[in-house]
Design a protein around this ligand. Structure first.
Ligand code: FAD
Length: 386
């Protein structure tokens, strides 16, 4: 097979990239190791930032999300029997998230690509990326090989594209001293909004998804496993840390999420670019992962269109530097929020909780400090992430 851009991975990053390139007249192929049914059913993120939606809208990819998604502009912090509402919609001057599950967006993006005549190669695993220092890199898959001008690795945290980078590329990792149990739950009514509960027994969080599905998070010990979390314990801990909460009918998915962050630097070598989780991993604290993946894809698409259609190599040369500046800003925000939500080990919880409540209350008080947080959280304006 021969194409201009070979894209590895049909997650949000790979699919946004493929759509934008196709609409700009750049030929591309997407290779995905899973089946179409699998990627369209994979429930993960669900909060789309203001700028992410603006990007999707600009490229004609937001139709269904705008009609079926729900706008959301506040989050509640619970701490020491207080509930503090941060109305980030108002504090940011009217910007909001859209609640729209990742798997619905993935489905929409595959459909949109199909309308442009491109069908990802599903159930085809990429085994290696070769010759990225030449003008004809190649992507070796299970049963075929793709020769192309550029390869974009959108293959997530465990993909193969990162391995093709020379050793000089640094992965800057960070491991937090706890993990999160992430629980997808069927509920009797939609979660009213995003809730973060900070307490001596550990953090708990609730994120809306659909009318009958919500995602919950429970802080657990680093290295913990699902086996230690039978349904009864999950329900007990959710009630203990997060009451009031909707009635939980069933728990279709329970996983331990290792709480780690990492960034690969730089994001490009020769004819290989990285985008999305292949380039960086964030904790889910600020709901940034999918948004940053889509922002990377939009940046890579712009650089490739300029390089391939207009012969302007400058944008490709600038891709890594531009994206890394923003990626580190978003990492810093997610890290700051995560530290607010957890008590430092060994510190007297009475003091640590008072400190956190004071910090949370500042986020709700109109003024520059709260406005800056609101813009970063919702991804709007100069302070945004997407
Ligand atoms: P992915 O979505 O991981 O897509 C990569 C694709 O590459 C996959 O389809 C994979 O099958 C494919 N692939 C991998 N290796 C190969 C190979 N060798 N050959 C071919 N294909 C390959 N983010 C948020 O913004 N908000 C949230 O609330 C949020 N919650 C989350 C909850 C959970 C439980 C999880 C797991 C993640 C969450 N995230 C959240 C993170 C978000 O889902 C990711 O950041 C996002 O999926 C990244 O998109 P991506 O396209 O870069 O990678």
């Amino acid at each position: 097979l021969r194409t201009q851009v070979a894209i590895i991975g049909a997650g949000p990053a790979g699919l946004v990239l493929a759509n934008v390139l196709t609409r700009a007249g750049v030929d591309c192929r997407v290779v995905e190791r899973r089946s179409r049914a699998h990627v369209e059913a994979r429930a993960r993120a669900g909060l789309l930032e203001h700028r992410t939606v603006a990007t999707l809208r600009r490229h004609g990819l937001a139709g269904r999300l705008l009609s079926d998604g729900v706008r959301h502009g506040w989050c509640d912090f619970r701490c020491l029997d207080r509930s503090v509402r941060v109305d980030y919609g108002t504090l940011s001057g009217g910007h909001a998230h859209w609640v729209y599950p990742q798997q619905f967006l993935v489905r929409d993006l595959i459909e949109a690509l199909g309308r442009g005549g491109v069908r990802p190669l599903f159930s085809q695993t990429v085994r290696a990326v070769a010759d990225i220092d030449t003008t004809r890199p190649r992507v070796r898959c299970d049963t075929l090989e793709i020769a192309c001008d550029y390869v974009v690795g959108c293959d997530g945290f465990r993909g193969v594209s990162r391995a093709a980078l020379p050793r000089a590329h640094r992965v800057v990792p960070h491991r937090y001293p706890y993990d999160w149990l992430t629980v997808l739950a069927e509920v009797d009514e939609a979660a009213p909004g995003v809730v973060y509960a900070v307490g001596a027994e550990g953090f708990a969080g609730m994120m809306p998804r659909t009318r009958h599905l919500s995602r919950f998070y429970l802080q657990c010990a680093a290295g913990d496993t699902e086996a230690h979390w039978p349904a009864r314990r999950i329900r007990e801990q959710l009630h203990a840390r997060l009451t009031p909460l909707p009635r939980i009918e069933s728990l279709p998915e329970v996983r331990v999420l290792r709480m780690r962050s990492s960034v690969t630097e730089p994001l490009r070598h020769g004819r290989l670019l990285l985008a999305g989780d292949a380039a960086h991993v964030l904790t889910p604290s600020g709901a940034k992962g999918m948004n940053l993946a889509i922002a990377d894809a939009a940046g890579a698409a712009e650089a490739l269109v300029r390089g391939l259609r207009e012969g302007d190599a400058g944008a490709l040369a600038a891709y890594s530097g531009r994206r890394l500046a923003e990626i580190w800003r978003v990492q810093e925000f997610s890290d700051r929020l995560l530290r607010l939500l957890h008590l430092p080990p060994g510190e007297d919880p009475r003091f640590a909780l008072r400190m956190r409540l004071a910090a949370i209350e500042r986020l709700a008080e109109p003024g520059p400090h709260a406005a800056a947080f609101a813009h970063q959280y919702v991804g709007s304006g100069a302070e945004g992430s997407g």
